[in-house]
Design a protein around this ligand. Sequence first.
Ligand code: AMP
Length: 210
Amino acid sequence: MNLILLGAPGAGKGTQAETICGRLHIPAISTGNIIREALKSGTEMGKKAQSFMDKGELVPDEVVIGIVKDRLQQDDCKNGFVLDGFPRTIPQAEALDKMDVTIDKVIEIHVPDEQIVARMSGRRVCADCGASYHMLYKKPKVAGKCNFCGGALVQRTDDRPETVRARLKEYHTKTEPLKDYYQKQGKLAVVEGQEEVADTSRLTLAAIEA
Ligand code: AMP
C-alpha cells in the first residue's frame, strides 16, 4: 500500500508513520529526517536546505522532489511506503503523480493550531536515529534516552515557538491546498488527532483499512 500522511507540523505524522510502518511492514519516508541527516553529514543538499529549515520555511521543491524520486526507487519501497512530510506543495504532488507509483490513500492528521503550538514545546527527537517523543504524550522508557538506540533526546531548533508559527503559516498557505487536490482524487481521509497517541493510531489504522 502506498500512503501519504498529511498534517500540520507537530500534528503527529511522524508517530503515525512509525505505527503504520510497524503494522504494514512498509518503510516510512520522512523528507524532514532525510534533510536533517544531510545537514548532519554536511552534504551540499544539507547546506542548501539549512537556511530554509532554520526559518521554518519549506525547502525548494526541486530539492525534495529529487530526494523522494531517488528514495522511492530503492528496493524496500516495492511493497509500499508511507510518505511523511511529502508532498507539501501542489508542484510536489504533481511531480509525485508523474513518478512511477500510485498513491492508494492520503490520511490527514488534523490538529487545531493552538493545540499544535502547545504540543510542540514538549516534542523531543533522538539526536541519533530521529525517533520522535513527547514529554507528556509519548514518553521514552528512560528519561532523555531513545527507546530504540539509547541516543540523547533533544528539542529540534525549528520547534521553537516563533519558528513553529512560521511553519504553520507555510502549512496553511502551501500544504493545505493538497487536501482539496487529493479529495478530488477520492483518496483523502481525515483523522482527528486525539490526546492519546494510541487513540489516534487506532483511528489512523481504521482509516487505512476502510
Ligand atoms: P518535518 O520534519 O517534516 O517537519 O520537516 C522539517 C523541515 O524540513 C520543514 O520545515 C522544511 O523546511 C523541510 N521539509 C521537509 N519536507 C519538506 C517538503 N516536502 N518540502 C519542503 N520542505 C520540506
